[in-house]
Design a protein. Structure first.
Length: 95
């Protein structure tokens, strides 16, 4: 069992995201690594099913909780999300 699986037995849920997600009305971007060793990617998938707003769920296959490819796993999907929802006045840093 990954460390994230044990976490739930020792720590009370700090963020009641499932309850809040059903109330979200703005376009939503969820990014969650498939190989996240702390929080299972199924958490992101569950939030996506609860969201009634326009949603982009991105689950990079090699992304962990803290290791990812900035441009491929994060920046490009975020840019695509912002563009597709005509969200402007944002500042994105390029590396």
């Amino acid at each position: 069992m990954p460390l994230g699986g044990l976490y739930k037995y020792f720590v009370k849920e700090r963020f009641n995201n499932s309850d809040f997600m059903t109330k979200v009305t703005s376009p939503t971007f969820i990014l969650h690594g498939k190989r996240d060793e702390l929080i299972p990617s199924s958490h992101g998938e569950e939030l996506a099913t609860l969201c009634k707003a326009p949603l982009n769920l991105i689950i990079p296959t090699e992304m962990t909780h803290s290791r990812f490819i900035y441009n491929d796993d994060f920046l490009h999907p975020l840019e695509s999300f912002l563009t597709s929802h005509k969200i402007t006045n944002t500042c994105l840093l390029y590396t």
